[in-house]
Design a protein around this ligand. Structure first.
Ligand code: GDP
Length: 140
C-alpha cells in the first residue's frame, strides 16, 4: 500500500466542544500521522470556495454558515492508504448511519455538524492541502 497524504478539517461543532485532542487520538490510533495542523477561522469566501462543488445543493448556504460559525482545525494526515483510512475512521456523512467507533458516530451532532471533513481522493487531497497550507508548513 502506498503512503498518501489527505486533508482533514475538525469542524466548528467539534472545536466548540473541545474535542480536537480526542479526534486526533482516533486518527493516531488508526495509523494516521498529523504532519501539519493549524487552527483558523474560515472566512465566508474561503468556505464558499472550498465547498463550491456543493453550490447547487439545498444545504450549501447553511453549510457555509456552519463552517464560518467558529474555529476549525485544518490538518494534513499521512499514512498508508490515508485517504480511504481517514474516511473509514470518520464514518458515514449522516451520524445516524455511521458505524460504531467512527468519529461521526462518537461525536457528530447532525448530518451537517458532523465534526470532521476528509478528502475523497488523492487528487482532491492535493488540491485541498494546497488551498490551506504552504509546503514549508507540512513536515512529515
Ligand atoms: P462528506 O464527504 O461525508 O463530508 O459528505 P459530502 O461531501 O456529501 O458533504 C459535505 C458536507 O456537507 C458534509 O460533511 C456535511 O457537513 C454537509 N452535508 C452533507 N449532506 C447534507 C445534508 O443533507 N444536509 C445538510 N444540512 N448538510 C449536509
Amino acid at each position: 500500500m502506498a503512503v498518501e497524504r489527505t486533508f482533514s478539517i475538525i469542524k466548528p461543532d467539534a472545536t466548540r466542544r473541545n474535542l480536537t485532542g480526542r479526534i486526533n487520538a482516533v486518527f493516531e490510533q488508526n495509523g494516521l500521522r498529523i504532519v501539519a495542523q493549524k487552527r483558523i477561522w474560515m472566512s465566508r469566501q474561503h468556505a464558499k470556495t472550498f465547498y463550491a462543488v456543493h453550490k447547487d445543493r439545498p444545504f450549501y448556504a447553511s453549510l457555509v454558515d456552519f463552517m464560518c460559525s467558529g474555529p476549525v482545525v485544518v490538518q494534513v494526515l499521512e499514512g498508508e492508504n490515508a485517504v480511504a483510512k481517514h474516511r473509514e475512521v470518520m464514518g458515514a456523512t449522516d451520524p445516524a448511519k455511521a458505524a460504531d467507533g467512527t468519529i461521526r458516530k462518537l461525536f457528530a451532532e447532525s448530518i451537517e455538524a458532523n465534526s470532521v471533513h476528509g478528502s475523497d481522493s488523492v487528487e482532491n487531497a492535493a488540491i485541498e492541502i494546497a488551498y490551506f497550507f504552504a509546503g514549508y508548513e507540512i513536515v512529515g
